[in-house]
Structure formats: C-alpha cells, structure tokens
Design a protein around this ligand. Structure first.
Ligand SMILES: [Cu+2]
Length: 189
C-alpha cells in the first residue's frame, strides 16, 4: 500500500517534470532533479510520523488530567502568574509524561512538583540557589519532579511516577511566581 503510494507520487512527479520539459526547456534545465525528488518524497515519509504530543484532557470538574496515553499537557497562562489549571487530577502509582509549555511572552517559568509541606522551604532554598541553578537548589531531594527553567514560548517535558499518596503541589520556583499564584494542586485518585 505504502509502496504503491510512493510509486504513484513518484510517477506523478516524473510526469510533471516531463510536462515542464516539453513546454519550456529553459525552465526545466534550471530545475535540479535531486531537490525535486526530495520535495516529492518528504510528505510521504512524514505521513507515517506521529508527533509525540498530547491531548488537553479536562475532567468534568475543570481539573486537568492525563490523556489515555499518560500524557499531561500543562502550560502557563499568558503573561499571568498562573498555570492553566489550579487542580490536576492524576492516577496513583502511574508513569505520567508531562509536557510543560511556557505560554508567556516575557516570563520564565518552571514546573516543579513537591509535597505541599515542603513548598515554602523549597522556594526559600530556590532563591538562595539563584539563576545559575535555574532557581532550584541542586540535588534537592524534596523536589519530586521538575522541568528546566523554560523560556517564553518554549516547552520542556519530564516523566514522573505518581506516588500512592501525598499532598503534592506544583510550583514555579522563579522568585515571586509561586507567591503570585503559580501553584497547582495535584489530587491523586
Ligand atoms: Cu514562573
């Protein structure tokens, strides 16, 4: 099936090249054959490629959740100090792929998972760690999962295994951002 498709596309391309040559030999001589072959082959190859993306899944209560493949799409909300959901609902003891997009134009953000009881101490140590450490204390054992410090418009991803229990929160450790509202609660179900 795929071979037939490639052959059909190739024959069509040859037909076009012949047609060009017949009507205007000057124009066809300018056309480099290897380049035109590449441009024909590319769409056929990419048709089999499935981009590693995820669907934005939201529960009836407005909580974000992972899709059926275990992918969780999260982002910051414009140029506010907010994530795209205050509550994220995740299954216990499950591998989750988190894709975090910084949707802002001018702010740097990260997506850092800690137990709620460790939030203030992690944030205090983050300020001490400074920008050279992307606002996270190096090897901080209280940090359960984290992205890099993501620049505006960029994306980072991580894989985490959810625990069996715990009161987890997501915070942005850039100074002032969590205090300003960049906190999401994770409910385990
Ligand atoms: Cu932030």
């Amino acid at each position: 099936m795929k071979v037939k498709l490639i052959m059909a596309t190739f024959l069509m391309a040859v037909g076009v090249l012949i047609a060009c040559g017949g009507t205007d030999s000057q124009q066809s001589s300018k056309m480099p054959p290897p380049a035109s072959n590449e441009s024909v082959a590319a769409p056929v190859e990419t048709s089999d490629y499935v981009a590693p993306t995820s669907t934005l899944a939201v529960t009836a209560a407005g909580e974000l959740e992972a899709d059926e493949l275990g992918n969780l799409s999260v982002s910051s909300l414009g140029d506010t100090l907010k994530y795209n959901s205050d509550v994220i609902s995740l299954p216990k003891n499950t591998d989750i792929n988190v894709i975090f997009k910084n949707e802002s134009v001018g702010l740097e953000h990260n997506w850092v998972v800690v137990d709620a009881s460790d939030k203030d101490a992690v944030l205090a140590d983050a300020i001490a760690a400074g920008p050279d450490n992307e606002w996270i204390k190096p090897s901080d054992s209280r940090v359960l999962a984290y992205t890099k410090l993501v620049k505006p418009g960029e994306t980072d991803s991580l894989t985490m295994t959810t625990p069996a229990s715990g009161n987890l929160v997501v915070i942005c450790t850039f100074p002032g951002h969590a205090a300003g509202g960049m906190v999401s609660e994770i409910t385990l179900k």
